[in-house]
Write a protein that binds this ligand. Sequence first.
Ligand SMILES: NC(=O)c1ccc[n+]([C@@H]2O[C@H](COP(=O)([O-])OP(=O)(O)OC[C@H]3O[C@@H](n4cnc5c(N)ncnc54)[C@H](O)[C@@H]3O)[C@@H](O)[C@H]2O)c1
Ligand SMILES: [Zn+2]
Length: 386
Amino acid sequence: MADLVLRFRPHAPVSRIHIARGALERLGAFTRRRTGAGRAALVSDERVAALYGPRALASLRKSGIDAELVAFRHGERSKSAMTVERLWEAFSALGIGRGDAVVALGGGVVGDVAGFAAATWLRGVPWIGAPSTLLAQVDSGVGGKTGIDLPAGKNLAGAFHQPAGVLIDPRLLATLPRRELRSGLAEVVKVGMACDAPLFGWVERHVTALAAGEERALEEAVKRGVRVKARVVRADEREREGGARTALNFGHTLGHALERASGYRGLRHGEAVAIGMRAAAALSVRSAGLDPGARARLERVLDALGLPRRVPGIAIDDLIEAMRADKKRARAAFRSRNSTRRGARARDDAARIRWVLTPRVGHASVPRLMSGRLVRAVLLEAGARA
Ligand SMILES: NC(=O)c1ccc[n+]([C@@H]2O[C@H](COP(=O)([O-])OP(=O)(O)OC[C@H]3O[C@@H](n4cnc5c(N)ncnc54)[C@H](O)[C@@H]3O)[C@@H](O)[C@H]2O)c1
Ligand SMILES: [Zn+2]
């Protein structure tokens, strides 16, 4: 029955990923088998809850799990400490104990915040991921990174907490707005460009079907993307300094800054990452030896998927400020801060930000500090205001 089953290293909490059309109907049996839970908090946002909440609840209850739905407002702004507190209160009211489970049904926002609430409730209870966006099925739902945004930056508070299992039903993508699909496809491109040339080539060959949202193509993209992502995570479960997992931050240095500078409104995560990948590829041509033809391939795929090209009118200085605020900045930034000459400060700010570059398709370099001059030139070229 399993179309694809992947297992993480057995020493860590095992994450089993089950991908099959119609899998949502088996959420209860899956949760029961993976966690043994007698009770569950089904966490979702109100949009996904309206679409799939009743079916998920019915499946959980049919398997003898005493489950209740807890839903919050949809959108990135719910990935907050306030939501976590509300979830803790709900877990308390439901009597969720160590032997019970949190089930996260939704996109990356639901997975990140529900996973974090599960990681911290009673110092950690098991959770099951049931990702419902392409982005979450292919990227955020796999790998055990959970967390919330703070006013000071994205994903600043968080925990590594592997889900006890991930149940992926590609059928849920049928109701996903086109723009959300495109946003998820950006992450598929990212995984290919930074980690796996065959995946990138596959996306290139199927780009028309993917852009049209064809069910079969999307399902195949999820399977291929998850396989590569799981391989990368397995090699580096905790994202060590310079470890394999840092490759997945390709496009995210600028991507996160764009999201932050626009107040998490306007750009979808994947759209911001697409602009970020274009900039990182431009830097890669200039200083990592990426062949200009390979950069053109990336640009063509992103164009064909309808992903944005240009920074929407944000000032270069604001972007650099936002990048510096991101936690992925270089350690060296802290060390060099005091030694920075005052006059050179503004110029050097850009230099203290690390970028994941791609020397060739399917390969990423360890994050590197880039010269301020180069970063400014690339941002200007990308349409940021001088
Ligand atoms: N943990 C990680 O490793 C990781 C990796 C990448 C991204 N992320 C995080 O993921 C988040 C973005 O996730 P996202 O793009 O899934 O956003 P999201 O969770 O906000 O979902 C996008 C929108 O789609 C709706 N939706 C979800 N599933 C639907 C469905 N099946 N049909 C119709 N509508 C549906 C939601 O209600 C929401 O309005 C960001 O916060 C990002 O930081 C985390
Ligand atoms: Zn991302």
